[in-house]
Structures are given as structure tokens and as C-alpha cells.
Design a protein around this ligand. Structure first.
Ligand code: MGD
Ligand code: MGD
Ligand code: MO
Length: 731
């Protein structure tokens, strides 16, 4: 509780749960799932060296992800011994020397992949990217490639900046909030407080979600700060639409089609139009081509693809029309499809028509996942870094940074499969379980010369080492970080571009655990020496790192001084000030047609589209427990949600076990077995099952156009009764 009470306060630690902002007015600055994230990290259980002496990697591999993380915190640096198949203790110095040996033996810096998961601090990730660029590579695959990449890419093209344009208090001023493809009751519980405040002020909350999610249907109960969704609560969404998976672009296109009709009818009647013509003329480019694309999209196509009726879409459009100030938020239901960049841009098109940028209570809000994933990008964890950023870095450190684009996550895995990767370093995360196509991903990782995992807990990635493997135990954000000059704090950035300090208080379990920043500095020093950069000095005093950040990244002037501002400081957002850093210097409408199909490369019929999503008891690949309370699932995770009529049509019944098999065109069988059928309120032809259990079904080379994000929310599949059961039926 002591940890929790300090969370998200002026200089407590930032909640590692999600990237929602901190509402300093709210009495409840933490939530049930934030509490789980903190207590999970703060466990006193340890996986010490005895544990690894007892269990071989092969036997650990047969255990569940839940079992692996439940063993507790990693405490000692470990080296994989392929002969004994055990991890054995190694000293920090020897570990760094081994890494340096492998890296120095590479023929080219691009033979290294530097993965990052979005919990890493600004300081650690900035240092990490500096190391990579001084080495000469932009190979920075990260969790963002599997997450909000489409938001960054789409927004950058449309409005010149890849981040959301609103601030947290905009929710208090909105007349309508449209929530697309997101389950905040589980994944961003503090967002429900913002939605509740907004609804209290009369705002309409309009939800587009394939599933009926209880968290979006029910109000937060202020009496129960930890459990924000209760059965006694009132409605949170004024309208709830359930589009097909991947149907949101069509739904928004339909809304615009309906609004365009009204707009034209008004103009024809000599009245003023519906759209914000002043804004459109002064600030945007490409409206003619876009409206032509809208005219060319038929209602038949819109209805078929969205799965919504014309009446539903017109109703949503009417709500939009009646609101002066509109916020659109979205998450993985929008970004993990083939046409996600176009979908993000379609939402932006709608907002541009009505000038919903640059005013209070309005704007675009991609709700980020990991608590510092947005900050990682700001710090330069980016396989396609901007020229201006590289120039600044090169000038400041007097070197020529690599200019060619590096690998994203899928490209990195493909490079490993081609035996082009000698060294994989992972700053956090669980690449083996988070990436698609699990057998291919594991094969890829095990082909590396050396894999290095900087981790808090044991996970699947550690069990698929390369020819050599290291696990480096690190401190979590909740823990005290004592360095040469005293206790250190780090900084993070939330979904609203607020940067703030975070300082842990928990006493580390073992002296051999080290901070991420210290570890990154140790690796860099062992490989590069300290001529150009005094890595050890930086690791001893994070203020020095922040001085370098201030000198190389816009918006961070006086960084150290600003860290004292309670609640943090705002980085600013050019698009929110109506400055658009696009080639035309205007916001760009996007005139893409709707996709002809979600699976253009398949010529067979696709009976079902499957989405892979999170339960209430997990943090990505970390499984806290086996319940998914709001969806009524208890004690199990291998379930598949299905429309009752689809189940009846197949002749299947509730509780039967099925195999799910992917329909793809590369001759590889992708199949998971024994998933229990759970009838659910979901449109026909759509299925849902949990990630990461269903990651084997997502083909590695099925990813979003221009985003490279695995299509985790639209997997073409068929269902069959599992063999054991099929046999029973025959018997
Ligand atoms: N407790 C907890 N918090 C978390 C996480 C966690 O695992 N646990 N993960 C963090 C991370 S990294 C992220 S990225 C976020 C993820 O936050 P979310 O995006 O909320 O996560 P998902 O569980 O993937 O849920 C996707 C939601 O979109 C809906 N959906 C899926 N496909 C479609 C579609 O095509 N159209 C529409 N309209 N809806 C669709 C699903 O029904 C589901 O409600 O949460 C972050 N916060
Ligand atoms: N099928 C499918 N696949 C998906 C998704 C999906 O919806 N469906 N979602 C995707 C998304 S949105 C994301 S963001 C990725 C997530 O991908 P990752 O970020 O790689 O995965 P996580 O499960 O968040 O990583 C958990 C591990 O991080 C380590 N860890 C925890 N805290 C710390 C810390 O403070 N420091 C360090 N160094 N390590 C720490 C622990 O060892 C833990 O095992 O997965 C993606 N994969
Ligand atoms: Mo994410």
C-alpha cells in the first residue's frame, strides 16, 4: 500500500500499468490493474541461481508463461551453458566482456538487433539508442512496432506529428467522445474516470467495439476506487456499435457519407454547410479528392464491411454532428489490422472536416499501451529516425550516425531466420511471446549468435537462447536506484505528451540487480570504450544524461529543472497549435478507398476472423491469473468467444473444445488445440481469443500496410472440434 499511495504523485514512481495521464484533481490515482502491476513487480519471491541449477532450460520451456513469471524476480546475471542446458551464474564484468566479444566479431553493425519494450525510462532508452547509433545501426525493433505504429505513421502523414493532440483536461470540455477499438475497463482503467467526468458534464460517449465490453457499458463507482466497474453502476456509453473486425474505416467513411449529404442539402437550401469551411480552407489540403473517394464508396460496401446498418451509422453521424467539440480515442482494435494506417487517417479525415483540432475539448487521442512507449520514441527508439534527430545527435557527439532505415520487429525476426543476426539485445519485454507466429519467432531467436535479455522476471524469451545467451537482472521502476552520486530518478512521457519524474522507493531484493541505465552503460563501455562518451559517469548521475537529452531532443531545454514541476511538463504538439509539419504545411486529407477485402491474398472462403486480445488478469505476456471477470471467464484462458448462432450453425455446443486453424497461403500449418467455446455477444463471423496463447496463429508476414504491425486483430481462421472430442462423438 505504501508503494501504491506514492504512485503517480509529484515524485512517487510512475505507474508501470499503462500510459494514461495523471489527473491531479482525482482522489484515485491508481486502479485495480495498476495495483496488480505494482505488486507483481514488488514480489519478494526470487529465482536465484539454485533455481537454475535445479531446472534445465528444456524442462522450464514446458512450463506455462504464468508459472515462469510467478517464480519471482531475477537476481543474478546468468549465462546459458548449451552443454548442460542450464543457466549458470556469471559476473557482471564477464557478462559485459562476452557481449563485447560477440559484437566486436560482427562484420557489420546491422548484424545486431536492439529490441526495446515500452517500460524503459527516457534515460535508459536514450542511452541505448546512442550506443546503437555510435555502433552504426538503426536496428531498433520495439514493442511499438506491434502496437501503435499505425497511429504514429497515419498521424504523421495526416497532421505532421505522430502523437495525440489532446491533453487530459480536454475530456472535461468535450461534447462527445468516440472510443474506437479499445477496452479501457481493463487496459486503461483510469480512463474510465475521465469518461465518467465527461459524461457527468453531459458529454455523449460513443463506443465502437466488436465485443460488448462491460467496462464500456458501466460507469465507474467512486466508492470503489480499485474496482472501477461494478454491477450497480450506470451506463457509460450513450451508444454502442459493434462493427466487424476491421470494419471501422468503413463505419467512419459511412458517417462522413451521411454528414456530407446533410452538408450538401444545407448548401442547396442556401444555408451554411455543416463542415468547418474556414478551417478546411486555411489549414488542410486534399479535400476534393477525399470527398470524391467518399462519393465513390457505396453504402453497400460500407454496410457489408462495417457490419453495421445504414441506420446505425447515420445515428452515430447525427451524434457527431450535434457535438461542438469531439474527441476520438482508439487503441489496438484500430491499429492491428492490414489497413490500420488508412483507418487512423479516416478518423483524422472526419475530425478535420469539422475543425476538431486546436480547440479545447477536441482532438485525436491514440491511447498508448506501455507506460513509457511514447517516451521511448521521443528518445529516438525508432528504426526510421528523422533526419533532424540524427543531425542533432551527430553534431552533439561529433560523429556521422547511420542514415539507412533499420529493422522493425517483423523485419528483425526475418533477418534472424536468414541467419543475418549475430547479437540480439532486449531492453525488457518478452519478444518470444509477444511477437507473432510463435514457432517461427522462437526459431528466429535461437538462430542468433548471442541473445541478451535485460529483465525483471523469467519469461519465455529466456528459454529460446541463441548459440549463447545471457539474462541480466534489472531493477523495476518501483525500486530505489542508488548510483555513485546517490539515489536517482528517471523520467517518462504519457499519452498526453506530459513528461514527469519517477523515483522508486522499494529496497532491491539483491545487490546483484542493476538499473537498466547502468546495464546499458556497462554494455556500451565494454564495446566502445569511454573516449567519446563517459558511459560510467552518465550511469552514476542521470542528471548528466538529461543534459545530453536537453541538447539533442526538441522540447527538453532545462530538462533537469523542469523535472521538479509537480505533475510534469508538457512537450507541446505542433498539430494542436495548428502547425502542420507535412510537406504542404497543411493537414492532409487521405483519399484511400476502402480495402476490397481484409485478406486480399486469400482466394478461399474465410469462415471466421479472429482477434487476439487481453483478459482482465494479464499484462501483455505476463499472466497474473486465469480469470477474465468482466467477460465472465474464470480459471481458464484457452477459450474462444463466438456468436451463439455461428456455434449452432456449426453444430457445436457451449463448452466443447475446438482447434483454431489459420487460413494462409504459405503452406505452413498454424493451429492451436483445445480451446473451449464461449458463446458471446459478438457479430457473426467474428471470434476472439486471448493473446499470447493464440500468437502461433498470426502469420509473421501478415502485417499492416506501411505500419509493419502484425495483424493480431484480424486472423483468417476456421474451427474444428478438437480430436479427443471428435473421437468421442464418433464413439
Ligand atoms: N491491465 C492491462 N493494462 C494494459 C495492458 C495489459 O495487457 N493489461 N497492455 C497495455 C498495452 S501494451 C496496450 S497496447 C494497451 C491495449 O489496450 P486495448 O487496445 O484495449 O487492448 P486489447 O485487449 O487488445 O483490446 C482491444 C479492444 O478492441 C476491440 N476490437 C478488436 N478489434 C476491433 C475492431 O476491428 N474494431 C473495433 N471497433 N473494436 C475492435 C476488442 O473487442 C477489445 O475491446 O493496454 C495497455 N494496458
Ligand atoms: N497476438 C497478439 N500479439 C501481441 C498483441 C496483441 O494484442 N495480440 N499486442 C502487442 C502489443 S500492443 C505489445 S505492446 C507487445 C508487448 O511486447 P513486450 O513489451 O515485449 O512484452 P511484455 O509482455 O510487456 O514484456 C513483459 C516482460 O518485461 C519484463 N519487464 C517488466 N518490467 C520490466 C522493467 O521495468 N524493466 C525491464 N528491463 N524489463 C521488465 C519482464 O521480464 C516481463 O516478462 O505485444 C504485442 N503482441
Ligand atoms: Mo502495446
Amino acid at each position: 500500500m505504501r508503494n501504491l499511495m506514492r504512485m503517480n504523485k509529484a515524485r512517487g514512481f510512475d505507474c508501470p500499468g499503462c500510459a494514461w495521464g495523471d489527473d491531479n484533481k482525482s482522489t484515485f490515482s491508481f486502479c485495480e490493474n495498476g495495483a496488480k502491476a505494482v505488486t507483481w513487480e514488488a514480489t519478494r519471491r526470487m529465482v536465484d541461481t539454485d533455481f537454475f541449477a535445479k531446472h534445465s532450460v528444456t524442462t522450464l520451456y514446458t512450463q506455462s508463461d504464468y508459472f515462469l513469471e510467478y517464480q519471482g524476480r531475477l537476481t543474478h546475471p546468468l549465462r546459458y551453458n548449451a552443454e548442460t542446458d542450464h543457466y549458470e551464474p556469471i559476473s557482471w564484468d564477464d557478462a559485459f566482456a562476452l557481449i563485447a566479444q560477440h559484437i566486436k566479431a560482427m562484420d557489420h553493425p546491422d548484424q545486431m538487433e536492439l529490441y526495446t519494450s515500452g517500460r524503459a525510462s527516457n534515460e535508459a532508452s536514450w542511452l541505448y539508442q546512442l550506443f546503437g547509433r555510435l555502433m552504426g545501426t538503426n536496428n531498433f525493433p520495439d514493442c511499438s512496432n506491434m502496437c501503435h505504429e499505425a497511429s504514429g505513421t497515419g498521424l504523421k502523414r495526416s497532421i505532421g506529428v505522430g502523437k495525440g493532440t489532446i491533453r487530459l483536461d480536454d475530456f472535461d470540455h468535450a461534447d462527445a467522445i468516440f472510443v474506437f477499438g479499445q477496452n479501457p475497463g481493463t487496459n486503461h482503467p483510469r480512463m474510465l474516470h475521465s469518461l465518467r467526468h465527461a459524461a457527468d458534464h453531459g458529454a455523449k460517449i460513443v463506443t465502437f467495439n466488436t465485443l460488448r465490453e462491460r467496462g464500456l457499458e458501466r460507469f465507474a463507482d467512486p466508492q470503489k476506487p480499485l474496482e472501477v466497474v461494478t454491477s450497480r453502476a450506470g451506463n457509460i456509453s450513450s451508444s454502442y456499435y459493434q462493427p466487424n473486425l476491421g470494419g471501422d474505416m468503413a463505419a467512419v467513411r459511412g458517417m462522413v457519407k451521411s454528414l456530407l449529404e446533410t452538408h450538401r442539402a444545407r448548401l442547396a437550401a442556401g444555408e451554411s454547410g455543416l463542415f468547418d469551411q474556414t478551417f478546411i480552407n486555411a489549414k488542410t489540403n486534399g479535400i476534393e479528392a477525399y470527398l470524391e473517394a467518399v462519393d465513390n464508396t457505396s453504402w453497400m460496401q460500407i454496410v457489408a464491411q462495417s457490419g453495421l446498418t445504414q441506420a446505425q451509422i447515420r445515428e452515430a453521424a447525427a451524434i457527431y454532428q450535434s457535438a461542438d467539440r469531439v474527441i476520438c480515442t482508439w487503441a489496438m482494435g484500430i491499429t492491428q489490422h492490414k489497413h490500420s494506417v488508412d483507418t487512423v487517417r479516416e478518423i483524422t479525415n472526419l475530425q478535420l472536416l469539422f475543425g476538431q483540432l486546436g480547440k479545447k475539448g477536441a482532438g485525436l487521442c491514440p491511447v498508448r499501451g506501455h507506460s513509457n512507449v511514447q517516451g521511448n520514441r521521443t528518445m529516438g527508439i525508432d528504426e526510421k529516425p528523422a533526419k533532424a534527430f540524427l543531425d542533432a545527435l551527430g553534431n552533439h557527439f561529433n560523429f556521422e550516425p547511420p542514415r539507412a532505415a533499420g529493422h522493425n520487429t517483423v523485419e528483425a525476426l526475418n533477418a534472424m531466420l536468414r541467419d543475418e543476426v549475430k547479437v540480439l539485445i532486449a531492453l525488457g519485454g518478452n519478444l518470444a511471446a509477444a511477437a507473432p507466429d510463435s514457432p517461427r519467432t522462437e526459431e528466429a531467436m535461437s538462430r542468433c549468435g548471442l541473445t541478451v535479455h535485460i529483465s525483471t522476471k523469467l519469461n519465455r524469451s529466456h528459454l529460446v537462447p541463441g548459440h549463447e545467451g545471457l539474462i541480466l537482472p534489472t531493477l523495476g521502476r518501483t525500486e530505489r536506484d542508488l548510483q555513485a552520486t546517490g539515489n536517482q530518478f528517471i523520467t517518462v512521457e504519457d499519452s498526453f505528451s506530459m513528461v514527469h519524474a519517477s523515483e522508486g522507493i522499494g529496497i532491491p531484493l539483491a545487490e546483484t540487480q542493476r538499473s537498466e541505465t547502468w546495464i546499458v552503460a556497462g554494455i556500451a563501455e565494454a564495446v566502445l570504450g569511454d573516449e567519446k562518451v563517459k558511459w560510467r559517469e552518465l550511469a552514476g548521475d542521470y542528471n548528466l544524461i538529461r543534459e545530453h537529452i536537453a541538447a539533442t531532443i526538441p522540447g527538453f531545454a532545462d530538462f533537469n529543472a523542469k523535472c521538479d514541476i509537480p505533475g510534469g511538463f508538457y512537450l507541446g504538439n505542433a498539430a494542436a497549435e495548428l502547425r502542420f509539419n507535412t510537406p504542404s504545411q497543411k493537414a492532409e486529407f487521405n483519399a484511400s478507398a476502402l480495402p476490397t477485402s481484409l485478406f486480399p491474398n486469400l482466394d478461399q472462403d474465410v469462415p471466421f476472423t479472429l482477434q487476439t486480445l487481453r483478459s482482465h488478469d494479464q499484462y501483455n505476456t505476463t499472466i497474473y491469473g486465469l480469470d477474465d471477470r468482466y467477460r465472465g471467464v474464470f480459471g481458464q484462458r484457452e477459450v474462444v468467444f463466438i456468436n451463439p448462432d455461428d456455434m449452432a450453425d456449426l453444430g457445436f455446443t457451449e463448452g466443447q473444445n475446438v482447434d483454431i486453424e489459420t487460413l494462409w497461403n504459405d503452406g505452413i500449418t498454424r493451429r492451436v488445440s483445445g480451446f473451449k467455446l464461449v458463446p458471446y455477444n459478438i457479430p457473426r463471423g467474428n471470434l476472439a481469443a486471448y493473446y499470447p496463447e493464440t500468437n502461433p496463429l498470426v502469420p509473421l508476414n501478415s502485417f499492416g500496410d506501411d505500419s509493419g504491425t502484425p495483424t493480431s486483430k484480424s486472423v483468417p481462421v476456421k474451427l474444428e472440434l478438437s480430436e479427443a472430442l471428435a473421437d468421442q462423438r464418433i464413439a
